[in-house]
Ligand binder design. Sequence first.
Ligand SMILES: Nc1ncnc2c1ncn2[C@@H]1O[C@H](COP(=O)(O)OP(=O)(O)OP(=O)(O)O)[C@@H](O)[C@H]1O
Ligand SMILES: [Mg+2]
Length: 200
Amino acid sequence: MGPLGARAAGSGGAGRGPLALTSRSAAATTRLGIRLGRLLRPGDLVALVGDLGAGKTQLTRGACEGAGVAAGAVSSPTFAIVQTYPGRLPVHHADLYRLGDLDELHATGFMDLLGGDGALLVEWADRIAGWLPPEHLILRLSEVAGHPSWRRVELLPAGARHQALARALTRPVPRSGPAAEAKAPPRARPRAGAGRRPPR
Ligand SMILES: Nc1ncnc2c1ncn2[C@@H]1O[C@H](COP(=O)(O)OP(=O)(O)OP(=O)(O)O)[C@@H](O)[C@H]1O
Ligand SMILES: [Mg+2]
């Protein structure tokens, strides 16, 4: 099987070209994660791909927050390959950076989590490219030359559910604040006659 991204790009683009966005700060990546976490459903599989320091854990922390996981619960699972956090739904967080071999992966119970009652977020998912189920959403994070705090986030969905998830994530966020308030529809006009001086 080919590289993870190439496989998904062929199967998930739905003919509209790649979905991608740019995060301009760590906080923006957290916000993207929060949006993801709010959208997550049981059985979702989000494969996080990118170099060391790309922002995979940053995005995962946001996703956990959006899924209702208690603040501060998420760490990088350094010793355990998989950790589960209770939230609106169970969020399983795997980090395969130190994965020795596939036997080790089976021993962690990782395979039993696929398609289960929780959502699964997998850092370094490219380590098991050939073992991912056909339905998944790859988020590939990469640095942007000349902008140390920017990250390009490519979304490579495979399967209808994960395509919908990717589209929801790339939909523009409605603006809030004074500018949006200024554009708010006018209040209902007063009834005819209302506010007029009473006849003498
Ligand atoms: N736009 C951005 N998005 C995400 N992280 C950013 C951004 N700009 C700067 N950063 C910083 O980059 C670092 C990302 O670290 P993080 O642990 O999330 O990376 P990672 O991809 O999980 O790396 P690893 O493979 O080592 O687990 C953080 O220190 C974060 O503050
Ligand atoms: Mg990490």
